[in-house]
Design a protein around this ligand. Structure first.
Ligand SMILES: Cc1ncc(C[n+]2csc(CCOP(=O)(O)OP(=O)(O)O)c2C)c(N)n1
Ligand SMILES: [Mg+2]
Length: 315
């Protein structure tokens, strides 16, 4: 993926998420959502290093991963509006979107729920000899679920082509990692399974992309899984309406100084790729795109009541 394309994708994700937060406040969308503001370099860095045949699973905080993988932002937004044009025809909302045609096997509302699922996708790839690598996203909180151990053990034992990517964003709901992790370095746990464990600055697009390229190539070559820890910060609240009483505004202000988008912009300016004017234009274009996305979603039809029992496995 070209760096400029990555930059524009990071802006799309940022403005998509900001639009959602605004739309909730305005009462235009219902339910809840978990936004990934501040974590865009992880999503796009990972996606930039994968091949079309590869697979991804995500978490409750999955919009960025889905958009980075190539989802249609209009259909994703329409799902949040509960419209027929949404990925799940408006029935699922934020945590119920998937598109296997782009190798995206969905979000999961169960903390850690995607870890065994991705492991199964790895077994499928191995049995079929498809050469596919599966990236499994999960959070620091999810890394404390028992299923993390079960899945990494079996994946290491069977040398499954899975790259476990933990987004260490500092919090699991209101629990800071200093209160939730005995060892703050989650990547260290890889040693327990005899697999590579790598820790990178998750706000650095290039660091994430390069680490994934190397670990995915090893997994594709039959060398088994790896654990990649991307350190970042959840600039958003946990979910809709989080008053964020468990951390200070000063802490947030200092995290904003490390905004991955500003960091990539500084890089693109310093190497002469973009001028200030070009950055302003790219930002305006990304805003205009999201305005269209919201317009498409909000003007899409609601599902017809007669279709209520469609796609049900039991009725
Ligand atoms: C099995 C289970 N336990 C608890 C919850 C409630 N819950 C939702 S998100 C969350 C925190 C997850 O934290 P982390 O894995 O760090 O992901 P982040 O929200 O930071 O992206 C919890 C405990 C849940 N959804 N599923
Ligand atoms: Mg977390």
């Amino acid at each position: 993926m070209e760096t400029l394309k990555a930059y524009s994708l990071m802006l799309t994700i940022r403005f998509f998420e900001e639009a959602i937060e605004r739309l909730f406040l305005e009462g235009r969308i219902m339910g809840t959502a978990h936004t990934c503001i501040g974590q865009e370099a992880v999503a796009v860095g990972v996606a930039a290093a994968l091949e079309p045949r590869d697979a991804m699973t995500t978490t409750h905080r999955g919009h960025g991963h889905f958009l980075a993988r190539g989802a249609d932002a209009g259909r994703a937004m329409a799902e949040l509006f509960g419209r027929e044009t949404g990925y799940s025809h408006g029935r699922g909302g934020s945590q119920m979107m998937m598109d296997p045609s782009i190798g995206f096997y969905g979000a999961n509302g169960i903390t850690g729920g995607s870890i065994p699922f991705a492991t199964g996708l790895g077994l499928d790839a191995q049995l079929k000899g498809s050469g596919r690598v599966t990236v499994c996203f999960f959070g620091d909180g999810a890394s404390n679920q028992g299923v993390f151990h079960e899945s990494l053990n079996i994946a290491a034992l069977w040398k499954l082509p899975v790259l476990y990517v933990v987004e260490n964003n500092g919090y699991a709901m209101s629990t800071s990692t200093s209160r939730g992790l005995a060892n703050p370095h989650i990547a260290d746990r890889a040693a327990a399974y005899g697999i590579p464990g790598v820790r990178v600055d998750g706000n650095d697009f290039f660091a994430v992309r390069d680490a994934v390229a190397s670990l995915a190539a090893d997994a594709r070559d039959g060398n088994g899984p790896a654990l990649l820890e991307c350190t970042t910060y959840r600039l958003s609240g946990h979910s809709r309406g989080d008053p964020r009483v468990y951390r200070t505004r000063e802490e947030e202000a200092s995290a904003w100084q490390k905004d991955p988008i500003l960091r990539l912009e500084a890089h693109l300016k310093s190497d002469g790729t973009l001028t200030d004017d070009a950055i302003a234009e790219t930002r305006l274009a990304a805003h205009a795109h999201i305005d269209e996305v919201v317009h498409f979603a909000e003007s899409s039809p609601l599902p017809k009541p007669a279709s209520l029992t469609n796609d049900l496995f039991a009725s």
